[in-house]
Ligand binder design. Structure first.
Ligand code: PMP
Length: 448
């Protein structure tokens, strides 16, 4: 095999430096192999993977059932494009549709979350004849030039390339307040009254909903094409919404002629535990659902699911992609859905996630730098602060030290939030309570 030195040499010469910017660690981990919730580096050291390649390895690394399905399909047929009718695509779409409520039954397969959201944006505009799109502040919906417009986080935006027609109009962050707190570097679309504690936690749900209506009246165009919302913000740091907030947002969007799009890229496929889709946890029914990441357990695939009506509008236009519906991807997708059911992974997310949340809450009460613990199922955020009164985000240096220590003790976690202040736990959905105990001991020690 290749030496680490050789790998680093290639990295400096042949790999775009953007890749290293994204790499989290000071001392990089050289991942070599994976099995279920475990990863091994080139020195044979084992890590508990609590980030799953950014919430993507849903059923486990090299899950035997999924691996067997890929092997079988690889020997039969790889690719045809949608020009030809092929069985795996239809088998898969029937199975995926059975996991969605009526009338969300019509599927278009793509290759990444960005591509899915890009396409959902196109469908919304074609169907409504309107142009403007609304998203929540703090959201992440992709890095393509169109979805960069949807994404609110300023670090992922490039003024010269960001598409127009997107308004980030509401910020439902209950911990930091309506606009992400006084430290927010993403300045608000318009200034709006903050609650007196300046952090928003003292605000009642009705006040949040009142502000939502106010911002909608003040800064949203009279006609909109659609609204994108992650049921729980992923990159934003497991941000959840006040009760009925989503329901109200859907109502306001529909009053302006728009369609509602649930970005289930991180929340889908049982991760929230109580439901298969995140939107089901709010009692809402979107018009379009986009999904990626967990859909393929690490295989590049994604999907846009919509109603027959919106699908018919879209079919009036002309659209093509080469790889969507690839036969191997469809075989993977089918095996992933089977594995989620057979391994009881949605139930496991609920069971292990509830335990993890309870135990993390104890750590929050013990340590002054843990400000908030939130999330649902196995999408959990631990927001770090300088102290609980100011709620000023913990500085990047301290975040990095904890992060690095946790890794050196054998656990990989993620990071997110507007200031990089939130640790994220979004593991393969097969982790156990024993794994949680291991992580908690490591995390406690690292914070000390
Ligand atoms: N939507 C959400 C909620 C995401 O978290 C991401 C990726 N982090 C995307 C869309 C974009 O997906 P991809 O990176 O596959 O293009």
């Amino acid at each position: 095999g290749m030496s680490k030195e050789h790998i680093m040499e290639i990295r400096s010469k042949n790999i775009n430096p953007m890749t290293s910017k994204i790499t989290y660690y000071k001392k990089p981990v050289f991942i070599h192999q994976g099995h279920m919730q475990w990863l091994w580096d080139m020195d044979g050291r084992r890590y508990l993977d609590l980030f799953a390649g950014v919430a993507t390895v849903a059923v486990g690394h090299c899950h035997p059932k999924v691996t067997a399905a890929v092997e079988k399909q690889l020997k039969k047929l790889w690719h045809t494009t949608n020009i030809y009718v092929n069985a795996p695509l239809h088998e898969y779409c029937e199975k995926l549709a059975s996991h969605l409520p009526d009338p969300l039954k019509v599927i278009y397969l793509t290759n990444s979350g960005s591509e899915a959201n890009d396409l959902a944006m196109l469908m919304a505009r074609i169907h409504t004849g309107n142009y403007d799109i609304i998203t929540f502040r703090g959201s992440y919906h992709g890095g393509s030039q169109q979805t960069m417009g949807l994404t609110s986080q300023s670090s992922y935006k490039y003024p010269i390339a960001t598409s127009s027609g997107c308004t980030h109009t509401m910020c439902p962050d209950v911990f930091r307040g309506p606009w992400g707190g006084s430290h927010c570097r993403d300045s608000p679309v318009q200034t709006i009254r903050q609650c007196s504690c300046a952090q928003g936690q003292c605000m009642a749900n009705e006040q949040y909903i009142g502000q939502l209506k106010e911002t909608f009246a003040a800064s949203v165009p009279s006609r909109v094409a659609g609204f994108f919302g992650e049921p729980i913000q992923g990159m934003g740091g497991a941000v959840q919404y006040p009760k009925n907030y989503f329901k109200e947002a859907y109502k306001l969007v529909r009053e302006k002629g728009g369609v509602c799009i649930a970005d289930e890229v991180q929340t889908g496929f049982g991760r929230t535990g109580t439901h298969f889709w995140g939107f089901q946890g709010y009692g809402i029914l979107p018009d379009i659902v986009t999904m990626a990441k967990g859909i393929g357990n690490g295989f590049p695939m994604a999907a846009v699911v919509t109603t027959p009506e919106i699908a018919a509008s879209f079919a009036k236009a002309y659209h093509f992609n080469t790889f969507g519906g690839n036969s191997v991807a469809c075989a993977v997708g089918s095996a992933v859905l089977d594995a989620i059911r057979e391994d009881g992974l949605q139930q496991n997310c609920h069971h292990v996630g509830t335990y993890l949340m309870t135990e993390l809450a104890k750590l929050r009460d013990k340590h002054k730098i843990i400000g908030d613990v939130r999330g649902k199922g196995l999408q959990i955020g631990v927001e770090m602060v300088k102290d609980k009164t100011s709620r000023e985000p913990l500085c990047p240096q301290a975040m990095m030290e904890i992060f690095e220590d946790v890794k050196d003790m054998g656990v990989l976690i993620g990071k997110g939030g507007l200031y990089g202040q939130t640790f994220r736990i979004q593991p393969p959905m097969c982790i156990t309570t024993a794994d949680v105990d291991f992580f908690l001991a490591v995390f406690d020690k690292a914070i000390h």
